[in-house]
Design a protein around this ligand. Sequence first.
Ligand SMILES: [Fe+2]
Length: 226
Amino acid sequence: MIDIHSHILFGVDDGAKDYDESVEMLKAARKAGFDKIIATPHVRSPHYNKQKAQKALEELKPVAESLGIELIQGYEYNISALTDDTIEGAMQFCTEGTKTILLEMNGSQLVSNWERVVIHFQREGADVIIAHPERYPILYSKPDIVLRMLEVGCKLQVDIAVMLQKGLFNREKKFVKNLLKNNYVRWVSSDAHSAEDYKDFAEAFRKYADKRMCLADRNSYKELIK
Ligand SMILES: [Fe+2]
C-alpha cells in the first residue's frame, strides 16, 4: 500500500517537527498497512527549500527501511507557487522518478484557471492528482467542476479520515461520501501531519475505503510498482 500524501519529513512544513516525530509517524504508518510513503511537503509561494526536504528524506530512509517502508520524495504543489515557477519549472516537483504531480488548489476558492494549469501540466507529460478536493467548499455546490476534473483526466485524492468527523450535516464528509459512492476517488491517503493522523487513517480506511485506492496500477504510479 502506498500513501501518496504525507507530511512525514521533519522540519520542512507543518508536519513532523523533528526526527523523532517522523519515526513515530513511520511506525504508525506501518501499522496502518503502508509499505511505501511518498513524502509530500508543502510547496507554496514564496519559494521553498527543496534541499532541506531531500536532506530530511535521506536521514529518514534507513529507519524507514528497517521498518519495512520505502520512502519516496514527492511534493504537495500548491497552485499559488506558479507565481514563482513556470509549468516547465514546476515539473521538478513531480514525485521522484515519475511525471506525477500532486496539485493543491487554493483554500476556499478554486482559482479560476485551474483547468488551464492542469492542461499545461499534461502538455509537459504530467499525470495530475488533485489533492483533497473535499477542502474546496466551492465544489460542494458545483459538482460540474468535479466532473470536469475527471473528464480532463485528473485523479482525485481524498483524506479519508474526514469520514470520522461527527455531525449529520457535515458537508465535507457528505461530499466525500458522494465521491466514494460514485467511484470518483482514485486515491485515499493520510495527509498525515502526525502519528495520530495515521491512527485515524487506519480506522477510516477500515470502515470506508478499499485497498485498491492505495495501490498503484498500470495507469497510476506504474513507475512505483516493482
Ligand atoms: Fe497535505
